[in-house]
Design a protein. Structure first.
Ligand code: 5GP
Ligand code: ZN
Length: 119
């Protein structure tokens, strides 16, 4: 069923606690944790607890949950004090864009200069 945990999904296992992560914030609907291979001083992943393969599927099925993820991204940026200098919220969508984990997630990147356009 849409949104149900997937046995072979790394991020579902972080949601369930089967795989440890450095969790920075949790809500009823989301979990935010530090990326294991950070690309910036602040690099946090915000995920919905529900499993959707990417942001597009999430937005189609549960648009309110997209808002939850974006609100949490802003809270993470504020807690890490990168909101003043600016930060980037990225949803890699599709393998060609660098998506490697197919459970929707927002990258929150900040704490250094961020080039535009991204590579
Ligand atoms: P994607 O490439 O799909 O946009 O992002 C997946 C992110 O998950 C990558 O930045 C990668 O470093 C991170 N990641 C992969 N495995 C783990 C893990 O076991 N724990 C944590 N905290 N991050 C992970
Ligand atoms: Zn999942």
């Amino acid at each position: 069923m849409a949104g149900e945990p997937q046995a072979d999904c790394l991020f579902c296992k972080i949601v369930s606690g089967d795989i440890p992560a450095t969790i920075v914030r949790e809500t009823d609907t989301t979990v935010a944790f530090r990326d294991i291979n950070p690309q910036a001083p602040t690099h946090v992943l915000v995920i919905p607890r529900a499993h959707y393969p990417d942001a597009a599927a999430l937005a189609t099925a549960e648009p309110g949950l997209v808002a939850d993820v974006l609100r949490e991204a802003a809270e993470v940026a504020a807690e890490d004090k990168v909101d003043g200098t600016g930060y980037r919220v990225v949803f890699n969508t599709g393998a060609g864009a660098g998506q490697t984990v197919f459970h929707a997630h927002a990258h929150v990147l900040g704490g250094r200069g961020l080039e535009w356009p991204p590579g």
